[in-house]
Design a protein around this ligand. Structure first.
Ligand code: ATP
Ligand code: MG
Length: 681
């Protein structure tokens, strides 16, 4: 088990009898300590099923299981490797009956919770219910029950929420249901109030390991404490500089409390970074520098200086995406061995993925979106793209089938089966079959009328798409079309919850804006240098979108570029990382109610840690890009580089402009000169 561990890591791995805290910066091998320690514990004779390793996400758990399997073989499958929440499920399923919970309790999702809260609080307003949910979740995470929440409520609003919470909890009990926070709060209650259950688990678990300890909240801390009991056989690893879930109640107090609660705690610091080049580490250290320190640490690496960190200024997000793609392509071309999976593009908010996805698709680069769903994989976007595909190519049968049934238009499966058989027999596409005279013999009169109507509508729509030019006309076209086919109503009919339908309709609106922009010539998908303000017809734009949307995603492909939010990138690493949209307002993110004074300062510190997490994901090269113009809601506003870019303290020589920016400026200059020359007598 000692292979590939330095002395400090070995120290942590071999400290078996008591509590151990590994406190160290990014990439110093904390997670590696956990996997090796699982092996060491088994080697020392502890049964695998008496070891629990707690990770932050299911994905991290799966990865750890695989690493453990490589280290210790089959025995690894008995180790309980899970998240705090899945551990909670396990405790409740086994022993929840002590709390009056059946072992088959259900776990509610956000939509269920909002509707129960609306009911309990006598409101129909979803925004209010969501705010209540947020507050209640915060209380539960801090370990408060409804009574305690009421006692500490500071204003009328909080008192109301505390009363709603009491009703809400009663309701959950009656439904034999729990919410996400209960998966921690109830096991805690269980262990607190039922000595026999507590003793059972303390005896069962010989050692508990916790990764990403800095992101635990107050209830998770208590739960851990009760699970390990007084002997305190646990290993926690974490980095205060990577605490990025303060907004969800995670607290660094948990790091401060450990030495007090466990005087015999062994604290081990790791200082060597095995992940990144010195250039990347320096930028990371510089960024995190201004934050107050819980424990001082200096990270160093033996991997050499490496390539300088680059900063690029891009005109707007589509250009940024093109640049990212160009970088991936050129790195791969220069070093033929580079795989797509060696690249990650990270950003602050999910919506930033869309421009990146578009550019990657156009370049036929396989990618996966982690920590969020791909925009083009959303059912509503697929529906609309199917319509556009059909306009561009009437003979696209899969698109035809999707369109004719979404929304439903009274043409049933039987008719479609008959139409399909007819098309096969006469070697026609489904669309061509609509206009064949012989079709009347294959389907009944009512079905025929319906099919003809659909065909006529498509022809008419295609005609209109050809005539439509420019952004405004495109907006009108799209809105008429969605009304014609009743798409909004269809979404509301097919979703159980209004909220889900509204979210999907929001995506549709976004999609329409995005398409209209392309018709207005602001964005050109034909590749090469973006030509500004070249108005295109709806049909032309549909053509490029059809292409982008049908680029088949190679399923289950392992070799893919990763697109991820910064939050979801925690703990991971890639040889080449691009941080996108590193702008003031995006990172640090500026919410509408920005707050001020101490609250604002704390928020900026957390955003700075997020930037630190992003930088430290990179092993060999790092590019940081920002936008000169960025979207805010549905508008474009001027963009400023994030303060964190300056804080990285880079050599100015590495701060590069987008070369096409220069080209564009040159062109503008030529055009101006030409105009001058013409105007001259
Ligand atoms: P983070 O804070 O980002 O979660 P971490 O501290 O958990 O990082 P690891 O992911 O465990 O760091 O390790 C970072 C990289 O360094 C991994 O690729 C790991 O395999 C490698 N590594 C860790 N320790 C050593 C070592 N002693 N020798 C060689 N490589 C190591
Ligand atoms: Mg880690």
């Amino acid at each position: 088990m000692s292979a590939g561990l330095n002395i400090a890591q070995l120290d942590a791995v071999n400290h078996l009898g008591g509590p151990c805290l590994v406190l160290a910066g990014a990439g110093s091998g904390k997670t590696r300590v956990i996997t090796h320690k699982i092996g060491r514990l088994i080697q020392a004779g502890l049964a695998a099923n008496r070891i629990a390793a707690i990770t932050f996400t299911n994905k991290a758990a799966a990865e750890m299981r695989e690493r453990a399997r490589q280290l210790v073989g089959k025995a690894a499958k008995d180790v309980l490797i899970c998240t705090f929440h899945s551990l909670g499920v396990r405790l409740l399923r086994e022993d929840g009956k002590a709390l009056g919970l059946k072992s088959q309790f259900s776990i509610l999702d956000t939509d269920d919770i909002t509707s129960i809260l609306k009911d309990c609080g006598g409101t129909t307003d979803s925004a209010t219910a969501r705010q209540w949910q947020w507050t209640i979740s915060g209380w539960k995470g801090a370990g408060l029950n409804a009574e305690q929440a009421l006692a500490q409520a500071s204003d009328e609003n909080e008192r109301v929420i505390a009363l709603v919470m009491a009703r809400y909890q009663e309701r959950l009990a009656a439904y034999q249901s729990v919410d996400f926070d209960d998966l921690i709060a109830l096991p805690l209650k269980l262990l607190r109030e039922h000595a026999e259950v507590r003793e059972k688990w303390q005896k069962k678990l010989g050692h508990v390991l916790v990764d990403e300890y800095q992101d635990t909240n107050a209830t998770q801390y208590e739960l851990l404490k009760l699970l390990v009991g007084e002997r305190g056989r646990f290993t926690a690893v974490g980095d205060d500089d990577q605490s990025i879930y303060g907004w969800r109640g995670a607290t660094l107090d948990n790091l401060k409390k450990l030495p007090q609660d466990y005087p015999e705690l062994r604290v081990i610091k790791l200082e060597q970074n095995y992940r990144s080049t010195s250039a990347i580490l320096r930028a990371a250290n510089n960024v995190i520098g201004p934050n107050p320190k819980l424990f001082p640490k200096t990270l160093w690496s033996e991997l050499g200086e490496g390539e300088p960190v680059r900063v690029t200024a891009c005109d707007q997000e589509d250009h940024e995406a093109e640049r990212a793609v160009a970088r991936i392509q050129s790195l791969r071309a220069n070093h033929k061995h580079k795989a797509f999976k060696d690249f990650a593009i990270l950003y602050r908010a999910n919506h930033q993925a869309r421009a990146l996805e578009t550019a990657l698709r156009r370049a036929q680069i396989p990618y996966k979106v982690s920590g969020g769903q791909s925009f083009f994989d959303r059912a509503e976007i697929k529906d609309l793209c199917a319509w556009l595909r059909l306009l561009v190519n009437n003979n696209d049968d899969p698109a035809f089938l999707r369109t004719i049934t979404t929304p439903k238009r009274g043409i049933g499966h039987q008719t479609l089966a008959q139409l399909g058989a007819f098309a096969t027999q006469y070697k026609l596409s489904l669309f061509e079959s609509l206009f064949s005279h012989s079709l009347a013999a294959a389907v009944n009169a009512r079905a025929l009328a319906g099919l003809h109507e659909f065909g006529r509508y498509l022809n008419d729509l295609e005609h209109r798409a050809r005539q439509t030019r420019g952004a405004e006309a495109a907006k009108a076209f799209l809105s008429d079309w969605l009304k014609d086919i009743g798409y909004e109503q269809y979404l509301y009919d097919s979703e159980d919850s209004e909220k889900a339908a509204a979210a999907r309709w929001g995506n549709v609106i976004d999609f329409c804006d995005w398409v209209a922009q392309r018709c207005g010539g602001q964005i050109d998908d034909s590749g090469g240098i973006t030509t500004e303000r070249e108005v295109r017809s709806m049909l032309e734009v549909a053509q490029t979108i059809a292409l982008i949307s049908t680029i088949s995603e190679r399923e289950q492909e392992a070799d893919q570029v990763t697109l991820s939010t910064l939050h979801a990138s925690k703990g991971l690493e890639w040889p080449h990382v691009i941080l996108a949209g590193v702008n003031e307002g995006l990172l640090p993110f500026k919410p509408d109610d920005d707050g001020d004074g101490a609250a604002l300062a704390l928020r900026i510190q957390e955003e700075r840690r997020l930037m630190y997490v992003g930088i430290t994901r990179a092993q060999q090269t790092l590019v940081v890009s920002w936008l000169k113009r960025r979207k805010k809601g549905r508008e474009m506003v001027p963009g400023q580089p994030s303060r964190f870019i300056e804080e990285m303290g880079l050599d100015q020589a590495t701060v590069k402009e987008d070369p096409r920016e220069k080209l564009r400026a040159l062109r503008a200059e030529f055009a101006a000169r030409a105009a001058q020359a013409q105007a001259a007598p």
